[in-house]
Design a protein around this ligand. Sequence first.
Ligand code: MN
Length: 207
Amino acid sequence: MRTTDTLAEYHRRRDFSRTSEPEGGRTGPSGDRPSFVVQIHDATAMHFDFRLEADGVLKSWAVPKGPSRDPHDKRLAMPTEDHPLEYRDFEGVIGEGEYGAGTVIVWDEGTYRNLSTDRAGHELPFTEALERGHASFHLYGRKLHGGYSLTRFRDDRAGEREAWLLVKHADGSASADSTPDPARARSVRTGHTLKQTAEEAGAGSER
Ligand code: MN
């Protein structure tokens, strides 16, 4: 992940005359603590999009199985392009033929606190921790709570796609609960499922 990314890649992939996704443009942090959002995206392959505010954008990973509350679960997290901060508000349907076509709901949202340290135990700025390939943070969400780490285990040299693992810390908020079935999961904003969200958008039947 290049943490110096702008939103160029995000803009290159989308036609904003055709998608209802935000074009972005707001800069700077939105509150006292940086925000996070987890969306469920019923695209070609169902996945969770895990996004953390840093450097004025949402650093993003696609997590096929979604975040787990169980510290034993190591969840594959594939980095995706930086998204604008406004994307944390996006729910709805990305139309057929558009990049990422499918329904999106906001599954969880909140703020986080950076827990990242260097080997000597000194606090590391979050973006520097990401650049180094290991970032720890405490989530204050509606569904997700407590410590998590993102660790890069494969970089994009040798022609392979960069890949990370998202793992829950063994703290007081850990549990053996697995992530809910995305088809039955509900938006933290509306209480609606993916299917209901698609129907409200006039998309008719579930993709
Ligand atoms: Mn996605």
